[in-house]
Design a protein around this ligand. Structure first.
Ligand code: HEM
Length: 493
């Protein structure tokens, strides 16, 4: 009875309701009718699961926060289906992949469709716009001839570490690690004179400037129309053009220097550098100078940051885990012959625990948690959903490497899992285990993997061999502040 009384007894309330609801319904109806029909691509994307709470203009950006790989893992667990989730990052629609099956579909079964990097071409950095422009053959050459363990061997870096050990001085690890990865890549790219006129320093500075541009907030992604307005574009691009000009000058100088070098001055196979190889195939592949320069920038960008982050995290974990450090040190000491000044590449083969420590670091702190975005080149069905051509696809490989259904105690740093008899002894990172993809998989997989691994292992082995690492006295007992000690991993761009 009271139910009826409540509804029939208040004509005032009923008319207020009518006054509010009626116009609101009309407005919504008009908006719906006036809205442009969804494009075919949007219709297909609308079938994918997507989190609620999407806002006008910024989409789901407010749900992503400063650690996007974690926030997006949680969103995918709650709202995703079949390892797929559609998120709107400003005006960019991205399909997030977070299951080994969907990752396999993207990077193996339909590799040829999802191998584009076309989105990058919109980028403000003029050289990086050339990324992924069908130069796959070049990466094959790079992988087989240049980015190999042999190249690492040809650059001896250890004297600085040894010098510090002999003189019992402490060293700035950040600087050492940064210089090391930069120098070794500068050497592989531009040859033995890479320190001439401070080129190595300049490479380092420019790579860092690029990182800021690439990982920074991209206004055009949120407000694409703004990017079309002349003066706004000039403002947005000013810094990128400045950095680009400096890259141009440096690379032109190096390429000219290589091109004008008489054949007698060129070294044997061991001394050939990346610029030599690119120049030797320039005609065969019809490469423009811009394309050659873009490949050189990509090598620096892809190689330096990732290696630096991986090395820094190994260092952080060893200092945080004295047990692991002691076990690693014992292994290195037992393998390097007495009286030897440094650890050599050939010693690495027997260092199983060192390899497990590096693997665990690459699982626990994946340097590129979303890889580099892939873009579909045609419509393609993945796990029952049609993903239209031109869609950005991002693999959350961090989430895959932290999945408790696959990994034993994933939140613990435990190199033993990769040792013989360990729960992940058979897992490898070469693109065949889709729960462990720090280097990606398929044709877009890291071109520098065979260069990166010996480089990282050699550096760590030498540092452990010469030093007993510990925190400086003022930090002892306080542990490492991880937010300050390491940079947050790069998020989606
Ligand atoms: C620990 C070190 C490294 C890690 C974790 C790493 C990881 C990656 C990842 C995740 C990608 C993208 C894969 C994808 O999107 O599917 C990539 C691409 C690439 N990496 Fe590495 N990388 C490392 C070191 C290096 C080094 C030392 C070099 C070269 C000196 C290098 C050269 C490249 C190149 C050229 C690409 C671009 C390939 C393309 O766009 O097709 N990387 N790397």
């Amino acid at each position: 009875m009271s139910f009826c009384k409540h509804h029939t007894g208040s004509p005032q309330a009923a008319s207020i309701l009518l006054l509010v609801i009626f116009p609101l319904t009309i407005i919504l109806l008009i908006r719906r009718l006036a809205a442009p029909p969804l494009s075919r691509s949007d219709q297909l994307l609308s079938k994918l699961p997507s989190p609620p709470g999407r806002l006008p203009v910024i989409g789901h950006l407010h749900l992503v926060g400063s650690l996007p790989h974690i926030a997006i893992r949680d969103l995918a667990a709650k709202h995703g289906r079949d390892g797929l989730l559609l998120v709107h990052l400003g005006a960019v629609k991205a399909v997030i992949v977070s299951s080994p099956r969907a990752a396999q579909a993207i990077t193996r079964t339909h590799d040829h469709i999802f191998a584009s990097r076309r989105a990058q071409r919109r980028h403000r950095h003029p050289l990086l716009r050339l990324l992924g422009c069908g130069l796959h053959t070049l990466w094959k050459i790079a992988t087989t001839h240049l980015l190999t363990a042999k190249r690492v061997r040809s650059y001896r870096h250890a004297p600085k570490i040894r010098q510090a050990a002999v003189t019992h001085t402490s060293i700035d690890m950040t600087e050492l690690i940064n210089n090391f990865s930069n120098d070794i890549i500068s050497h592989a790219v531009s040859g033995k004179n890479f320190k001439e006129e401070g080129h190595n320093k300049l490479f380092g500075e420019l790579t860092e400037a690029n990182s800021t541009l690439l990982t920074g907030f991209n206004l055009e992604d949120v407000f694409p129309l703004l990017g079309k307005i002349g003066f706004v574009q000039r403002m947005l691009c000013a810094k990128a053009w400045k950095v680009n000009k400096r890259w141009d000058e440096l690379l032109d100088k190096l390429i000219d220097g290589h091109a004008s070098r008489p054949a007698s001055e060129r070294g044997g196979e061991d001394e050939t550098d990346f610029i030599d190889v690119l120049l030797s195939i320039q005609e065969e592949y019809n490469l423009t100078r811009e394309q050659i320069k873009a490949q050189l920038v990509v090598i620096f960008q892809a190689g330096t940051d990732t290696s630096y982050v991986a090395l820094e995290y190994v260092f952080v974990e060893l200092v945080r885990n004295p047990r692991v450090m002691a076990k690693l040190r014992a292994e290195v000491m037992s393998i390097v012959p007495k009286g030897r000044e440094m650890v050599m590449e050939e010693d690495l083969n027997d260092m199983a625990y060192l390899k497990a420590v590096v693997k665990e670091t690459l699982r626990y702190h994946i340097p590129a948690p979303f890889l580099i975005p892939h873009v579909s080149m045609a419509d393609c069905e993945v796990e029952g959903y049609m993903i239209p051509a031109g869609t950005r696809v991002m693999l959350n490989v961090w989430a895959l490497a932290m999945d408790p259904n696959v990994w034993e105690k994933p939140e613990e740093f435990m190199p033993e899992r990769f040792m013989e008899g360990g729960s992940a002894a058979a897992m490898d990172f070469r693109g065949n285990d889709f729960s462990f993809l720090p280097f990606g998989s398929g044709r877009r997989m890291c071109a520098g993997i065979n260069f990166a691994m010996p480089m990282i292992e050699l550096m760590i082995a030498n540092l452990v061999y010469h030093f007993n690492w510990e925190l400086p006295p003022e930090r002892a007992g306080k542990g490492i502040d991880m937010t300050a000690a390491v940079r947050p991993p790069p998020g989606p761009t």
